[in-house]
Design a protein around this ligand. Sequence first.
Ligand code: ZN
Length: 258
Amino acid sequence: MNENYNILKSKIAEAEIILVGIGEEFEYTEVLASDDKYQRICNQLAAHQLEALLPYVNHYFLKQNVKYQNALSKLANFLDGKNAFVVSTCMNGMLEESGMPLDKMVTPCGNILKLQCQEGCQDALFDVPKEYTDLLIKCIEQEDGWQELKEHKCGVCGHEMVFNTLYAKHYLETGYLPMWSKYTTWLQGTVNKKLCVLELGVGLKYPSVIRWPFEKTAFYNNKAFFLRVHEKLSQLTPEISEKGLSIAVNAVEFLADI
Ligand SMILES: [Zn+2]
């Protein structure tokens, strides 16, 4: 892996500006695939139709996962002091705890940092009360009691409160739109700059958020370098293949191993 490390290090060092995309491999990730307790809990959530809690469950397990933590801290170190912007489709809140600057990060699919009414009856987001996360942790630890979480109701319409993510029945975009506008302004400033695009673990679940626009950005920038890391979908389009490198490895494993 030393060769990849050297390439990444030199491309980041010589770049004036770095655009980072973090995708699906950082949300569920293979590192949890062999965790029996995690798998049982996912099955319980599906049975109770509580998949909206999944990002928090991922957070709980990933926080204890050395490999995942290692991958994130390597990325944070690489980007430290650089002019970088991170776009992530992850909802698990892990990136927000990685130490990377929050004012250069946008999560268009939402995250577990705020709650909303599942019906979106008012355009408002709320802090997550400690009783709610305490109960959630208890459910995870005891593998039971999930229905109690549904008792946390909206004070206005009486429907359930859920995390502000795409899983909400009426997802409120209030949480990310101001940062998205900051991102698009930042992106305009990348033209003619020496740009390094790092696309890490981004599959085809939400291609219009990262994958397609990143390809376009790299295509129109004559000084761009594009690194795509994904276990199954690492292939580069012909338009950018000459300025890019594709690595067919799970992006969490890739970062953890370098
Ligand atoms: Zn409501």
